[in-house]
Write a protein that binds this ligand. Structure first.
Ligand code: HEM
Length: 465
């Protein structure tokens, strides 16, 4: 019987609308969890959704050894919304392109093919900024991080012919992602125009770069992906839309996570000083104080456990929701204390780790950023960490685990280390006042990952060495 878990009652239709229209879904799901417990059903647009909010339910779904679930539905939605793709490219994306990404990056070694050129490009972008700073300068944190990653990663993956001057359209698309996902046709005209311009720019790029069956100057991974896309005989704009969707996957979470990493760490000066000391001493003792030696080493030798803990702790706050799963056969999911939920073929399952990774077991609140929370074997180094390590799903888990995890971690580390090496940095708000302590609340319309609600700035000056 599938009636063992509660159904969110129909006198709360706004919950359905909130999710469907992407407004404040995080808040609404928290309210549902408070009222209905860790697993509940929602009926939306003629489909049944089952939401799991606790550790057991999330892990049991992510493990899915019986292959009961697919993610085609959410990938089709993404391709349609982000890439404006008209033909069905869900299977292409999932069965053809993900394995290419997976082969390229799913081991720490895999990153080696892109790391040297990424490191060089990031260093050259940041050191030219350093040369141009006199005194101190306030830069918009999200754009600082966004433009540098967009430019470096696009060039490294797609070659120097990629039009990186499209950043502002990319930003509009990413920032108003929720409007693109909305089923209401007249919302988000400006964002759709930005998306269409991006698609055309990518179409031009493909036309210019496709020579002798390869994308000139691009990575082997990008060429292999495009060969597979081309094999599908899509229209040129659908081909470009598929590339745009892949590109968004490459950039969006990295940029967003890097933004929050700077914000959380800099808003807590003692934490920042600890991370900086780890970076300085690692550079000094392992790389002769030479950033170039660090940049040309393999990422396995970086050995920055406190920075890695800070990244994980950041992800605990950033990843709110995982993509939808669609059941392709009947199955059951256990969600703790002997309770099970029956999932029927065609049901959609939504995993909601945002709640579980912030309240853990006995309901202890985990609202505070704690830089050393995920240090290996950390017990009680200070009041904040107090040895509590809530479950970590920053990169998902099981068969659908993030295929770009090692690339993402590499990029996040190298960017942060290079900034710490080159700059003195402070976090300030729009009025130029220092930001310390709790950060402003996240944008309530955030869907999969938390987005900022207010602009924050980095006050940067050259670091005296
Ligand atoms: C900090 C950066 C990143 C974070 C936090 C992140 C997070 C995630 C998460 C949570 C999932 C699982 C979603 C689910 O369970 O449905 C996922 C899947 C995926 N990620 Fe990432 N990701 C990041 C960067 C990247 C990058 C750089 C790439 C591309 C190279 C990438 C490629 C993928 C792919 C292809 C999947 C789908 C895997 C599948 O369904 O088989 N990710 N990512």
């Amino acid at each position: 019987d599938d009636d063992t878990i509660p159904t969110v009652s129909s006198f709360l239709p706004w919950i359905g609308r909130a999710i469907e229209y992407g407004s404040n879904s995080f808040e609404y799901l928290l309210k549902c969890e408070a009222q209905y417990g860790p697993a509940f059903k929602l009926h939306l647009a003629g489909r049944k959704f089952i939401v799991f909010c606790n550790e057991e339910g999330i892990n049991d779904t992510l493990k899915d050894t019986s292959r009961a679930f697919t993610t085609y539905t959410s990938h089709r939605q993404l391709l349609d919304a982000l890439g404006g793709v008209k033909q069905d490219a869900g299977v292409l994306m999932h069965d053809r392109l993900f394995p290419v990404i997976s082969r390229a990056f799913s081991t720490a070694d895999g990153v080696a093919s892109l790391a040297p050129s990424f490191n060089k490009t990031i260093y050259s972008l940041l050191s030219s900024l350093e040369q141009n700073i006199s005194g101190s300068s306030d830069v918009h944190l999200l754009h600082f991080v966004g433009e540098n990653f967009y430019s470096a990663t696009s060039k490294v993956v797609f070659g120097s012919g990629f039009p990186t001057d499209t950043y502002s359209d990319y930003y509009t698309v990413d920032n108003h992602f929720v409007l693109l996902m909305s089923p209401i046709p007249f919302t988000g005209r400006a964002v759709k125009r930005a998306r269409d311009r991006l698609v055309r720019a990518i179409e031009d790029y493909i036309q210019r770069s496709w020579k002798n069956s390869r994308l000139e100057g691009a990575s082997a991974m990008a060429t292999e992906m495009y060969q597979k896309i081309r094999g599908r005989r899509l229209s040129p704009s659908d081909e470009a839309g598929v590339i745009l969707t892949v590109m968004w996957g490459l950039h969006s979470n990295v940029i967003n996570t890097s933004y929050w990493l700077f914000a959380y760490v800099l808003a807590d000066t003692p934490s920042f000083l600890r991370v900086r000391e780890e970076i300085d001493s690692t550079l000094r003792t392992r790389f002769n104080g030479d950033i170039n030696e660090f940049l040309s080493s393999s990422s396995a030798s970086h050995n920055l456990p406190l920075l890695d803990s800070a990244i994980k702790e950041t992800l605990r706050f950033v990843i709110l929701m995982h993509s939808l799963r669609e059941a392709q056969k009947d199955t059951t999911i256990s969600f703790g204390e002997g309770q099970t939920a029956v999932i029927r073929e065609g049901d959609l399952v939504l995993l909601y780790p945002g709640a579980a990774s912030r309240t853990f077991r006995s309901g202890r609140e985990l609202d505070r950023f704690c830089v050393d929370r995920y240090l290996p074997n950390e017990k009680t180094s200070n009041e904040g960490s107090s040895g509590i390590q809530p479950p970590f799903w920053g990169f998902g888990s099981g068969t659908r685990m993030c295929k770009g995890k090692y690339l993402a971690l590499h990029e996040l580390r190298v960017f942060f280390v290079t900034c710490v090496y080159l700059f003195d940095m402070k976090l300030v708000d729009e009025n130029g006042s220092a930001v310390q302590g709790p950060l402003p609340p996240t944008d309530p319309r955030s869907l999969g990952a938390a987005r900022p609600s207010k602009s924050m700035f980095l006050r940067m000056s050259r670091r005296l060495k």
